[in-house]
Design a protein around this ligand. Structure first.
Ligand code: NAP
Length: 288
């Protein structure tokens, strides 16, 4: 039997409708959740992502803005902008869209942002809070994945999970969030030996690699939950391609996220959820 598809797009629509209700309530109390993005002016992909995030925010009744860093922007100007956004009570969430222009120090910018308005959950403060099991905004992409698991009743407690990838924005926080849910987690990376055998042991397999169709059907345990976080452009292919070979995985996995329409939309929904939560906290409604 083919795998059941984990439709992240449909779930994100449902979550965004719920967000709109929460935003309406905030607005009745005089608060409009506001998301601000800092983005590289010369990066068309980043600009497109930010446009989409802002559009979804505004559809949910939120406000949004963006500030473009150019080749002329200095580190001091970037840090001033972050300080200004941090100090502005009308701004609830700040998104630093990676990558910023190369001459800018992104790590210093993330440190300056801190945890309070880091609705993408990617600063070292936020990641430290996750590691220590303290409340804070969780990283948007793995958070979106946990929402998919919850929606489909996929309990990972006691299960063997393998996460391929150890980036700070995806692999590492994903592994920690699965651990929080009592999975037994292994993190694989480019130096891992015999990755196919390791993957075959996984009840839950998360691919967060950035290598088109790396994970083949015969790497997957029958009936496993397979989450494909990859998003790769491949020349000659009309649609973006995941890190998992979709057609092969469909025949073996029990559950599978499609690309597109799986993890991607849930990342944006989770970012907005965090931002609305930040505004709710301002009103004393909802602590993270
Ligand atoms: P990244 O920072 O480049 O990290 C990739 C990770 O994969 C690294 O840890 C790397 O290992 C590992 N890796 C690379 N080649 C490997 C191989 N052959 N075998 C095993 N491990 C390998 O990428 P990222 O930012 O985490 O993103 C990963 C993917 O997710 C990309 O396709 C990206 O587009 C996608 N993504 C999607 C969303 C979404 O919302 N859907 C959000 C963010 C990212 P080393 O550490 O050893 O180098």
């Amino acid at each position: 039997m083919p795998a059941t598809l984990l439709d992240g797009l449909a779930l994100s629509k449902k979550l965004r409708e719920q967000l709109k209700i929460r935003v309406d309530r905030l607005r009745e109390n005089g608060i409009t959740p506001r998301l601000e993005a800092i983005v590289a002016a010369q990066d068309p992909a980043s600009l497109a992502y930010v446009r989409m995030k802002r559009k979804w925010a505004e559809t949910a009744g939120m406000e949004s803005g963006s500030w473009e860093a150019t080749a002329e922007t200095s580190q001091a100007e970037l840090l001033d902008k972050i300080a200004e956004l941090n100090a502005n009570p009308a701004v609830h969430g700040v998104l630093l869209q990676h990558p910023l222009p190369k001459h800018l120090d992104e790590d210093a910018a993330l440190t300056a942002l801190g945890a309070v308005k880091d609705v993408d959950g990617i600063t070292s403060d936020s990641l430290g809070r996750l590691t220590a099991g303290l409340p804070g905004f969780r990283c948007a992409t793995p958070l979106g994945i946990t929402k998919i698991l919850d929606e489909f009743g996929l309990d990972v407690a006691g299960k063997r999970a393998v996460v391929i990838g150890r980036s700070n924005i995806l692999g590492k926080p994903m592994a920690l969030m699965l651990l929080e849910r009592n999975a037994t987690v292994t993190i694989a990376h480019s130096k891992t030996q015999d990755l196919p055998t390791l993957c075959r042991e996984a009840d839950v397999l998360v691919a967060a690699v950035g290598r088109p169709e790396l994970v083949r059907g015969d790497w997957i345990k029958s009936g496993a939950v397979v989450i494909d976080a990859g998003y790769n452009k491949v020349e000659g292919r009309p649609k973006d391609v995941g890190d998992v070979h979709f057609e092969e995985a469909l025949e073996v996995a029990g559950w599978l996220t499609p690309v597109p329409g799986g993890v991607g939309p849930m990342t944006v929904a989770s970012l907005l959820d965090n931002c609305v939560q930040a505004a709710e906290m301002q009103l004393g409604l909802n602590a993270v």
